[in-house]
Design a protein around this ligand. Structure first.
Ligand code: ADP
Length: 486
């Protein structure tokens, strides 16, 4: 009788959950408005839950139009009276202070991020929180050096920025938005996603403790209606949005013809391309990292695999093997690879695509891992024999689902990779530098990783082509959307 190797027995780990005892999550949070936490004008609130256990974590204020108006006025007042007139080096000192305080409280931030969003603690601890601090450090350095960033041009801040962020990297996206805006002398009103408000509110505590002048940063929790009220408020000068392409289009329509400038970072459907000379084990690990870690809740996730025919069977066999060893479950356990899906709605969306992919004729493959009873979970999934016209190849699923296609020539791979409405990122796996240069030039994607995937650094710009949006965040380029060129 054939004996099937059970990797989970072979590699059994005892549970190693992170302690959450040291993390103070308040029972109720107000809006952070003009330097103080306060209730919404309407008194409305909503609850935030842990998607891994469905347990309530806290209750937060729900900002309406009146609160948005008050926050924009506070930000304008702070811009005129304190932040813009302040010497740039002093603005830099505040940003350095925020960066250091995030570092000091990094364990607390990591645990709060994982509890509220469901992502594995090793992701929030090793990626989200250190990168958020790194963004504040990086832009703190630019605050008094803008004349070197734009050597031949005089720049001034834009004024008040309205910033809207999604639930997949709550603290990191807040840092991406707030740090460059403040470094350039702007003030901000930030709206976190309704599913993950906690780390933005903890950041508000840090901002309060750092002694930032009142109103420089305002954080308003709420839903899409709060976001829409912010975008439509006549008192903001700039909109920075990260989220779905559908909402990005709405925002672009609503600010058309106004003085407001926008940067939009929207969806993606990245192709990871494995050429036949690639180091295959390394490539397989990169593919797994690109789509399965963090549950595929990444707009630049490598959700498509294009593999050259000669190595396709070997790559698929290796991927299937590796899937067996991925640990799905308690996000607070440091050995977990795949945590909880962020919400019931998102799980429904992903499950809809799992059904659709099979109806379209792709062949589904999932490992047999067990899933916790409570919470929202999805097994890592491969779709074999996917074709270019399948919706699972064209549309963003935002879950741990990889659509696999094969190709013969490099030209064909480029054509397939570019053939979606998106253009945020891509990956190439090959042994030859010349092939890397050939592909990176021809792939219509804002970021192309070669022989690695999902690497981030505050010094390097990030952003999309086509329906993935426009404008760049990170690096020197990330300063540009926050200044006026006089
Ligand atoms: P996702 O599908 O990732 O949840 P969304 O685009 O729906 O992406 O949400 C991203 C952010 O945009 C969230 O903070 C959400 O509340 C906000 N949002 C949703 N609808 C609107 C809208 N019409 N105008 C402005 N912001 C919105």
């Amino acid at each position: 009788m054939e004996h099937k190797l059970n990797y989970n027995d072979l590699w059994a780990y005892a549970p190693a959950p992170e302690d959450s005892g040291h993390v103070n999550i308040r029972d109720r949070y107000g809006l952070f408005l003009n330097g103080r936490f306060q209730d919404a004008d309407s008194g409305k609130t909503f609850e935030t839950h842990n998607p891994a256990t469905e347990v309530r974590l806290s209750e937060v204020a729900f900002a309406g139009e009146t609160d948005v108006d008050a926050a924009v006025k506070a930000a304008r007042n702070a811009f005129d009276k304190s932040w813009n007139p302040m010497p740039p080096a002093d603005r830099g000192k505040y940003l350095f202070r925020i960066a250091r305080m995030i570092q000091e409280r990094s364990r607390e931030f990591a645990v709060a991020e994982t509890l509220d969003g469901g992502k594995p603690i090793k992701e929030s601890r090793d990626i989200d929180i250190p990168l958020a601090a790194a963004h504040f450090f990086y832009y703190a350095g630019w605050a008094d050096k803008l004349e070197h960033a734009f050597p031949t041009r005089a720049v001034t801040p834009m004024g008040v920025a309205g910033q809207i962020i999604p639930w997949n990297f709550p603290l990191l996206m807040a840092a991406w938005k707030i740090a460059p805006a403040l470094a350039c002398g702007n003030t901000v009103v930030l709206k976190p996603a309704e599913a993950t408000p906690l780390t933005a509110l903890k950041l508000a505590e840090v901002i309060q403790d750092a002694g930032l002048p009142d109103g420089v940063v305002n954080i308003l929790t709420g839903d899409g209606s709060t976001g829409a009220a912010l975008v439509n408020h006549p008192g903001i000068d700039k909109v920075a949005f990260t989220g779905s392409t559908a909402v990005g289009k709405l925002i672009q329509n609503s600010i058309a013809g106004s003085h407001k400038k926008a940067t939009l970072e929207l969806g993606g459907k990245a192709a990871n391309i494995i050429l036949d000379d690639a180091p295959l084990n390394q490539a397989v690990e990169g593919i797994i990292n690109g789509i399965f870690f963090n549950q595929g809740h990444v707009c630049c996730a490598g959700s498509r695999l294009l593999v050259q025919e000669g190595v396709a069977d070997e790559v698929i066999a290796k991927l299937k093997d590796r899937l067996e060893t991925l640990r799905v479950g308690d996000p607070m356990d440091k050995n977990t690879d795949i945590g909880a899906i962020n919400s019931r709605e998102q799980l429904n969306t992903i499950e809809g695509y799992l059904k659709l992919g099979q109806e379209e004729g792709a062949q589904i493959h999932q490992p047999e891992c067990s899933l916790p009873e409570k919470g929202y979970w999805c097994r890592p999934t491969l779709f074999l024999n996917a074709t270019q016209s399948h919706r699972i190849v064209q549309e963003e699923i935002f879950g741990p689902v990889l659509a696999i296609q094969t190709f013969r020539s490099v030209d064909e791979a480029i054509e397939m990779a570019n053939n979606t409405p998106y253009g945020l990122s891509a990956g190439i796996w090959t042994d030859k530098g010349s092939r890397i240069f050939n592909l990176t030039r021809r792939l219509r994607a804002g970021v192309v990783w070669a022989n690695t995937y999902n690497q981030f650094d505050p010094t390097s710009p990030f952003g999309g082509y086509k329906e993935s949006g426009f404008g760049r965040e990170g690096g020197l380029h990330g300063l540009e959307p926050y200044v006026n060129f006089d």
